[in-house]
Structures are given as C-alpha cells and as structure tokens.
Design a protein around this ligand. Structure first.
Ligand code: DX5
Ligand code: ZN
Length: 220
C-alpha cells in the first residue's frame, strides 16, 4: 500500500466571512496545506454556505490547493463555474446524482483533480466501480451540512475499508467532520492522509491560535 503525504485542510466554512481574504491568508501562514471550500445548496444538505463567486474572490490570496467540496444536487451544471473560479480538486457526492461516472468524467474533462465523497450511511462499495476514475476519496465523518458536529466513531472502520479499496493506487484519502487533535491519530492510522478541520482550527476566529491548532493536529 502506498503512503501519501499528510495534508491539513482547514475548512473556511468556520472562517469569519466578513474577513474571508484575511482568514485564508492567516491559515496559509499558520501552515495549512490545502484550503477546504464547503459549498452547500440548501437542497442536498440542509444549509446554504456560498458559491463560486465567493470562492473566486479569495483565489488570488494564495496559490495553495483549493480543495472544493460540493454538497450540491444536481451538481453537473455548476462544475465549470468552480473550475473557472480556481478549484484544484473538485469533490462531488456519490449520493448527489444518478450518473456519478459521468460527473467524474466531466470534472476530469475540465482538467481538475477528481474527488468523490461518501456520506456516513453510504457504503464504500458505492464507489468500487469508479475508483480508477478518482484522485481523492472523501469519507464524511459527520452528516454534511454544518461545521462543529461530533465525529462519528464508525468512520474509522470506513476509512480502513476505503484504504483497502484504494490499495496501491495514487489516491488521497480525506476525512471530513469533527476532526480534532484527539482523533487525528486514529484516522491517520486507519489510512487517511488529508484531514479537514473547520471549527477545531477556525473556532474563535483568532489568527493567533491557528498555527498552534494546525500543529497540534499534525503532531497527533
Ligand atoms: C460539513 C463540511 C465540513 C465541515 C467541517 O458538511 O463538509 O468540511 O466544515 O467542520 P468541522 O471540522 O467543524 O466538523
Ligand atoms: Zn467539507
């Protein structure tokens, strides 16, 4: 099995939106590897966050990887907006439409890295037949829609299963939801290499604390 480099991906969902550019800059200075961008449509998930224009407005702040998590259904019509807005990785949910394979091909066709996400109740087998079409698998460790929820312990098992499905392929395994310095070790041991963290990094929106919080997750 291949071991991929560890990446910490703070979610700007928990940033102070009134100072979004500064919040992105601060998180980069604090040691973030990826910028995780949570897009919610109020339909696939019971919350609305922001869309491609907001993402695009902070794209110029950093050249870090923009890891865009689309919680949108149907999603296909919006892929090109996020590609044009500066996404590097575009992740869609396996549950978001009837033609996942077509959606993944569309992301590939836009020249972006291809990600697929699984909700807590969706089995890893749902992506078995598209695993060679993706660069990243995202295991949701909370039900998507909100920051600040508690990590679902069963996710550790699921990460292990996803890691087994990935095998020797060069695919990132990302975990998203409720990640803290207390559970980071368990998810990395299970096979995750990209750790999304929103509230445990941005909570309080005090830039002075960001570097320490990122370092604590990395060190765990
Ligand atoms: C949830 C989002 C997550 C969320 C993580 O729907 O996909 O990325 O912002 O936030 P925390 O780390 O607070 O659970
Ligand atoms: Zn996310």
């Amino acid at each position: 099995m291949s071991t991929r480099p560890l990446r910490i991906a703070p979610s700007i969902l928990s940033a102070d939106f009134a100072r979004l550019g500064d919040e992105v800059r601060a998180i980069v200075e604090a040691g973030a590897d990826y910028i995780h961008v949570d897009v919610m449509d109020g339909h696939f998930v019971p919350n609305i966050s922001f869309g491609a224009p907001i993402m695009k407005s902070v794209r110029g702040v950093t050249d870090k990887v923009f890891d865009v998590h689309l919680m949108i259904a149907p999603v296909d019509a919006y892929l090109s907006d996020f590609a044009a807005g500066g996404a590097d990785i575009i992740t869609v949910h396996a549950e978001a439409g009837p033609h996942l394979h077509r959606t993944l091909q569309a992301i590939r066709g836009l020249g972006k890295k291809v990600g697929v996400a699984l909700n807590p109740a969706t089995p890893v087998s749902a992506i078995q037949h598209v695993i060679d079409d993706v660069d990243l698998v995202l295991i949701m460790s909370v039900n998507p829609g909100f920051g600040g929820q508690s990590f679902i312990p069963e996710s550790v098992n699921k990460i292990r299963q996803a890691k087994a499905l990935i095998g020797g392929r060069t695919i990132d395994l990302e975990v998203d939801g409720g990640i803290t310095a207390d559970n980071a070790r368990a998810v990395v041991d299970a096979g995750a290499n990209v750790l999304v963290a929103g509230s445990s990094i941005y909570g309080g929106n005090d830039p002075e604390t960001y570097a320490g919080r990122i370092a604590a997750i990395r060190a765990a």
